[in-house]
Design a protein around this ligand. Structure first.
Ligand SMILES: Cc1cc2nc3c(=O)[nH]c(=O)nc-3n(C[C@H](O)[C@H](O)[C@H](O)COP(=O)(O)OP(=O)(O)OC[C@H]3O[C@@H](n4cnc5c(N)ncnc54)[C@H](O)[C@@H]3O)c2cc1C
Length: 235
């Protein structure tokens, strides 16, 4: 790992503290618009915990890169994802280097020139080695955190997992030591003089909303709809 240079921020864009400003490695240092980079665990955890979908980047044996979308969640110092033990991605990534990203789209940013359009977002990128969870107690804890992270309190209400289901499920983890976050939460920026161009400009905030719940035919009359967390909301 190469040595980590000091990030350079204009004073007004300086992150809140030293941890937020210091990347763990040179390769996790945000180059383009470094003022948007953050490296502290609080910022990273908040993004991972608000996210639902991650993309797992890995390289196949033939050198072909893949970016596999999946659900990922954090428990303590580990990021987890899971799936069918038959999944190619899960079989291929145990023990190999991966890059996992989590992205939340918070807004469209419309300027008066095409060049100055942007989006507001929170994103995280984690580099490291993926490991298969082998301890059944850790697997249980991770799966509980997965279910309860989306549907608070549901794990305790579920029909318990069978041995067959456990065998058919692989859970992977990676640590969070080499990671970065990048955020944009700003208004539109026009070039000087563009303000008078006669076109609407500004921000369209975006958020995920849930539709009406669609109960299956076995749900009894008056049964309560479970709690759930929407993508973008804190855990
Ligand atoms: C929703 C969304 C839309 C985007 N749209 C565009 C676009 O249209 N065009 C564009 O050029 N860029 C876009 N970006 C930003 C993009 O992700 C990269 O940050 C950018 O392309 C280049 O950054 P860089 O050269 O500093 O990164 P690199 O030099 O490639 O990366 C250096 C290191 O910076 C960190 N890093 C870089 N990007 C991110 C990130 N997004 N989140 C967390 N860590 C990061 C990583 O640790 C990486 O290893 C978008 C980001 C998001 C989340």
């Amino acid at each position: 790992m190469s040595s980590v240079p000091e990030p350079e921020y204009p004073a007004e864009d300086a992150p809140p503290d030293e941890a937020a400003a210091r990347p763990a490695s040179d390769r996790t240092r945000v180059r383009r618009l470094p003022k948007r980079g953050r490296y502290d665990r609080a910022t990273l955890d908040a993004i991972l915990d608000a996210g639902v979908i991650a993309h797992v980047g890995w390289t196949g044996e033939d050198g072909q890169p893949y970016a596999t979308p999946t659900i990922a969640w954090r428990l303590g110092d580990r990021l987890y994802w899971h799936g069918s033990s038959a999944s190619r991605m899960l079989r291929a990534t145990g023990g190999v280097r991966v890059c996992v990203t989590v992205t939340l789209l918070d807004g469209y940013v419309l300027a008066r020139s095409g060049f100055n359009h942007s989006v507001n977002y929170r994103s995280a990128m984690v580099l490291g080695t993926a490991h298969v969870v082998t301890d059944p107690a850790e697997e249980d804890a991770a799966l509980e955190a997965f279910i309860d992270g989306l549907y608070p309190g549901r794990w305790a209400q579920l029909r318990p997992m069978t041995a067959k289901e456990r065998k058919a499920t692989t859970v992977l983890w990676m640590d969070l030591t080499e990671a970065s976050a990048k955020l944009r939460a700003e208004e539109n920026h026009d070039d000087p003089g563009d303000e008078t161009w006669p076109l609407w400009a500004g921000v369209i905030p975006l958020r995920v909303v849930a539709g009406d719940p669609e109960a299956d035919p076995f749900v009894g009359e008056g049964a309560e709809t479970p709690n759930f967390r929407l993508p973008g909301e804190p855990r």
